[in-house]
Unconditional design. Structure first.
Length: 329
């Protein structure tokens, strides 16, 4: 069966080919799937996509006309898919719901420690033989109150790890996890997290409910100097409002692995170009901000698991079975 793989980087190809073992006919396209590149998928029954590929109604219709019948997402998040259109057209959609949640939670912990102890700033400084400690004063995360919004697979592990660091953990989710309560996590309202927590980490999906969860009104009630971490999806944060919060000092530090407009930049090298996105350019310039390019998932373990389940999903579809990562539409 022919599969058109979009947004392919050399590392995607490596892991997908390893998992495939020549069972499927994979064609790798470096380009992102969009209204121009969707014509490349003509006559491919399966299209395999990543987080920033566009699967809106118009593109889905064109894929359908080109005989595509399955969308194999090689990621957990699915906010880039128009499910209404996919359902109407009768697409099978499968994803990789849990490939290595520990990869993202460990990365989140790394960001929290790096911000609290100014490790990135120190790294840059000592590269120039500046060993002064001025401006590097940090704080312990032990005994701090951390708020976790979204206690699914990743939020759960992050909360559990933070307890191990001696943090107090408050959480908010639409569905509470009794296992976390048993471990000592206290479920509270979102507002209580905003008002009281020293560190807030976002782990809920990006939906209409969570769009701009962090915005001007919520920033106003945050504890002064709060640390904010987002390894979930960029749309959870209103970037302009966060920039104002950083300028006023309300937000003491920020780490983002995702950005609202990341599709235009992330996974590409822009080091010799002028960034035209003023919000991104501004946020990259704060001394108390860490920006990474959607790499929290990027471990050998995660890549291997993503590739395996993606291939398994497509093979099940080819064989007329329900893919293990099937998404009921
Ligand atoms: P999950 O589905 O296991 O957990 C999400 C949790 O958020 C669920 O417990 C759900 O009840 C909760 N939730 C939903 N709506 C909510 C709301 N309005 N308020 C509070 N909680 C709400 O998902 P998982 O695997 O833990 O992933 C979390 C997010 O991390 C995903 O949405 C994905 O976008 C992101 N992610 C980021 C990666 C990266 O490389 N930066 C890699 C993988 C996932």
């Amino acid at each position: 069966m022919k599969v058109a793989v979009f947004s392919t980087k050399p590392y995607d190809r490596l892991f997908l080919e390893e998992a495939n073992q020549d069972q499927l006919e994979l064609s790798f396209f470096e380009s992102r799937l969009d209204s121009l590149t969707c014509m490349l998928a003509q006559d491919y029954p399966v299209v395999c996509t990543f987080v920033n590929d566009r699967l809106n109604a118009n593109i889905l219709l064109r894929l359908f006309d080109g005989k595509t019948r399955m969308l194999a997402l090689r990621c957990a998040g699915f906010n880039n898919v128009d499910f209404y259109a996919a359902k109407n057209l009768g697409f099978i959609v499968a994803r990789v719901p849990a490939y290595s949640p520990v990869s993202i939670s460990e990365y989140t912990i790394g960001l929290i420690l790096a911000l609290a102890r100014k490790i990135c700033k120190a790294y840059v400084r000592t590269r120039e033989a500046n060993f002064s400690l001025d401006g590097l004063l940090g704080y312990n995360i032990c005994d701090r109150l951390v708020g976790i919004i979204g206690t699914g697979k990743i939020g759960f592990l992050t909360a559990k790890t933070l307890l191990g660091f001696g943090c107090s953990v408050w959480a908010q989710d639409v569905v509470e996890n009794p296992e976390l309560t048993k471990l000592g996590v206290q479920y509270v309202s979102q507002n209580e997290i905003f008002k009281n927590c020293d560190i807030i980490s976002l782990h809920c999906p990006f939906t209409t409910d969570t769009h701009h969860l962090i915005r001007r009104e919520t920033i106003e009630i945050l504890k002064n100097g709060v640390m904010l971490v987002n390894t979930s999806r960029g749309g959870l944060i209103d970037t302009e409002a966060v920039i104002e919060g950083l300028k006023s000092g309300k937000i003491g530090s920020l780490a983002i692995d995702v950005y609202e407009e990341e599709a235009n930049f992330f996974f590409e090298d822009y080091s010799d170009r002028v960034i035209q996105d003023d919000a991104l350019a501004r946020i990259l310039n704060f001394p108390n901000v860490i920006v990474t390019g959607h790499q929290a998932f990027f471990t050998e373990e995660a890549m291997r698991a993503i590739a395996k389940q993606t291939i398994d999903n497509i093979i099940a579809f080819r064989d007329g079975q329900t893919p293990p990562g099937n998404m009921p539409l």
